[in-house]
Each structure stands twice: as structure tokens, then as C-alpha cells.
Ligand binder design. Sequence first.
Ligand SMILES: [Zn+2]
Length: 593
Amino acid sequence: MRNAKLLSVTTTLLIYFALPLSAADKSKTNTNSADSNKPSYELPQPAKENLDLNMYQQIRIEGLTHSHVMDYASGLMDGIGPRLTGSPNLKRANEWTRDQLAAMGCSNAHLEDWGEFGMGWQQLNTWTRMASPDTAVFITQAAPWSPSSNGAVSGQAIWVDVKKDEDIDKYKGKLGGKIVLLGDMRDVKPVDKPLFERLDDKELAKEVEHPLTPESRDYIMEYMKRLELRGKVAQLLASEHALAVILPSRDGRNNGGSGGTIFVDSGGSLGWYSYQREHIQPLPVVIMAIENYGRVYRLLKANVPVTIELNVDTKFFGDHEHGFDTIAEIPGTDPKLKDEVVMVGGHLDSWASATGATDNGAGTVVALEVMRILNTLQVKPRRTIRIGLWTGEEQGLFGSIGYVKLHFGFAPLSTAPDQMKLPEWLRKPAGPLVVKPEQQKISAYFNVDNGSGKILGVYLQENLAEEPIFSQWIEPLKDLGVSAISVRDTSGTDHESFDAVGIPGFQFIQDKLDYSSRTHHSNMDTYERLQPGDLAQAATVEAIFVYNTAMRDQMLPRKPLPHPELEEQRKAPLKNVMPGAVEVEQKDATENK
Ligand SMILES: [Zn+2]
């Protein structure tokens, strides 16, 4: 259990002074004595960016003509393979990326421990077949952290339909020795739209337009409820000595979850924290291709007995495996700015049913290539350029949160009993941010984690002050397709860990390709799905963003420091607005449970 220490900290109030600038001020760095103690992100920003177009051109040639991004891709995806957090493969990937970074000329290449994760796990083999009334070979893979079946097992299939707690009772005494199909058969619609698409101008314009209706977060609560119910079902299955569970694969965009593609991620686990020993799934679980699931389902619905045989062969390593981030640097050279940092990265971990090529091998090899390009060109950055390759992202951004917590700051989280049941990213903050001194020394973090698509622009993460800066940066990149600046705060990637503590953190807008239709968390997320031209473009563009951030006089402007502890209060409806409303006695919130 975590102890949220409430440290008293003086947090810097970030106030932007809208003072008019003289021409002299604009051309000088922060030498003004009144401003000299302030971090440069607080000072007024110059109207014009000093772009080194010669360096733009050199980066373009190195990144586009001499790209080595696919060499890194094959090394990581083919040579190392799936990289589930806690697994020996991920540890190898940490070491391999560290060694590659050192070999290309980076300094200080090392691994940083972000803390204990849980169980190490590896899928050795999984097969599933129908033995009667007909024989058939099915497409399945073990759900992550599924236990072994300890050899081939055979049993009658039974479809279990549990939508609410009460449904569980009707299966008591009926599940011993059975192989359980858990979950409804879903619609399998024809794939009549392309699985691989480029974002057209209209869609890109939509991405730039700010959504006026906020996205509902109800699906998170739904998902949590479903996992909780599944956890209860799992207990029943274990106590009844069922042999194994088969789950149908979910669908993807444009009906991509068919035709041999299965999605194998946290949606395939029987409850929360299946990577922790105390929450281990009590019996083997496999995810099955929807067409295979459909056949067995229809036979069972028609009261035809079905025998299934399966063998789930998985291996567990330690129960207390730690997670590591790979870190390396190109040291800054300006005596005044070398302690300041710009970071670039992506997550190195993946799911385990394929080699995690687009999620997020792509962002990893792009970040490696960014560092290779800058090393090859022997840039002498004014600020230090640092790469961070995170792990544990798929289970809740653990690696980047851990790094940010250690170096930059964190929000203390509520330790109320109902809150402790939730993963950290859903827990309520219990006090203002705790900010460390290094937080003032990092200009920005750039992330690629939306697949293999080229960079079409950047999300500002609701930091409008970057707009005039980035729009000048992308002007010479328009011919590469970089044109969009969206004010939106995009979510779901490691840039959020930085943004959460007031550091400018950015995820690029990427072309969509077949990411959400076919590759994201699927058994088809392989090297073949990577688009070499797109990745070379992404590395070139990201290298230029990183270089510009390292070279400009000031750090990038910031949003005011977040106050997560005030969010709930700020979102609460206004009181005493409705004329004529009478006061009603407040019911105790716990009574409704
Ligand atoms: Zn990812």
C-alpha cells in the first residue's frame, strides 16, 4: 500500500506577463536582471523563431535518404519479439536499446528502475481444436498472464452467459471439467471498407477542430464493471473446476477484428491486475478468432455437444519483476543551457500475441532513429537531448509516470478504501502537485505512439502558446505532409505523464493506416505492418522538433501548473442557480450503494 506523503512545497505560480517587448529584448536571451532568476519558459516568447534551415536540410537528408529506421525495426520486432512488461524479452529490449544508443554515440545510456511491476510471463505455445462433432483447428492465443493448462486437456464446451451477479448462480454445479465459452457472439459484418486508410483533408480538418462536446468517460466505468463481474465469474469457474475459458476476440475499426485477426490485451483478462500474483487468473484463458467462436457457439445454442481440446503452455518468471526505462543522452553544449533538457520517446513494451510492431515498436524505432540522425550529424545541441523508452505503458503508463515521479513531480493520490481498488490513473488526487527542481529544467517531451503512420501535425495539449512557435517550425515541412496543429489534448500515451505535472508534453497527429482496424494489440502487429516511408518521415520530423527545442533561446512556454485536486470542485454544478428551488436534505452518498 502506498503512503501519500503530503509534502509541503512551494509551487511556482506560472503567470504570463503580457508586457510589450522592445526589439532589443526580442533579440537577447534572458539577460534582464529582473528576469534572470525565472525559468525561461515564463518569459515572453519571441515573435519570430530562428530556424536553422541548413540543419533542417541535413536532418531531412539523413532521415529520408539514409534512413535506418527499418534496421532498428527488424532488430527489435524480429530479433527480440513481443515485449510484455515483466517478461524476459522486455528486459532484453531494454538492454538492446541501451546498447544501440551507446553504439550510435549517445552518452549516459542506462536503465532506470521504475519499481515493482508483478509477474514475468511468456507464452510458449497455445493451440485449440474441436474434437467433436467434427474436427477443426482454431485460431487462438493465450490471454496475457494466463496460467498453463499443464498439457493438453479435453472437455465438453459450455456457453456461459453472465451479464449480472445473479446470473452466476445458475451455473453452480454445472461447470466441472468443462471448457467455458464466456461472452456473447457478436455481429461479424463484411469488411466492405478498407482496413488501411490515409487520413484525408476533411478528417484532418476535423482533428484540428476543437470538439465542443466533451468525450464521455462512461466507457471506462463500463469496462471496469465488466472486469469486476468477470473476476467473480473466474472465482466460480475455479471453484467448480472448469478446465479453461475461451473468449471471443473483439472487433476493430471497419470490422477489422475478423479474417484471422484477434485482439489480445487486457480485455482478455478475468479481472483487474492479472499480472499480480494475488490476482492471478485461476484457470487458462484463450482469445479465439470470432469465426471459430461463432461455430462452437451456434452448435451449443442448437444443443449439439461439442468437445474442445486445448493446450496452453505458458511460463511464469518472478512474482516481483521490476520495470525499467531505457535512457540516453546527447549532452548539451551551451554553458548556460546544458542543464536544461528536451526529451523524446515512446513505449518499448507491447502485448504478446505478435511482435508489437506498431504499438509501439514504431514509436520506439522512430525515437532511436531521431537519436541516430542527430548523432550522425554530430549536432552540438545547446540543451541536452534525452531519449526515454518507457515500459508498463499498456498497464497504465507505469514507466513514464515512474520516471516523471522520480525526476519531476507527482500528484498525491487518495488512499480512501474505494479509491485503492482502482488503478492509479483513475484514482482521485488528494492534494496539490508535488514539484521537484528538475521540473523547471525540462523544456518539452515529444512522443510517437499512434502507430506506423507519418506525422501530419501535432496536438498542442491545450497549450495555445505553442501555436505560433510550431506553426513556424512546420512551414518548411509542409511538403512532407506536416500541416496540422490541433489544440486538443489527446490522451492514451506517455506524453500525458509529463503534461500532468506541468511539462509541455506532445503526441504527434499521425496518419491512421491500419492501426485501429487491424494492428493495435493484435496478433497481426508485425514488421510487415510497418510503413518504412512513414517511419522515416516521422523520425525526420520528430528530429527537427527535438533539435529546434534544444537550440532556441528559451524553453517552450507552459500552461499554468495543473491543480488536479481542484478538478472535481471546478466541474461540480453551480449552486443556487435555479430560482424557486427549495432546499432538500442531502442523502448520504453511501446509502445509494
Ligand atoms: Zn501504445
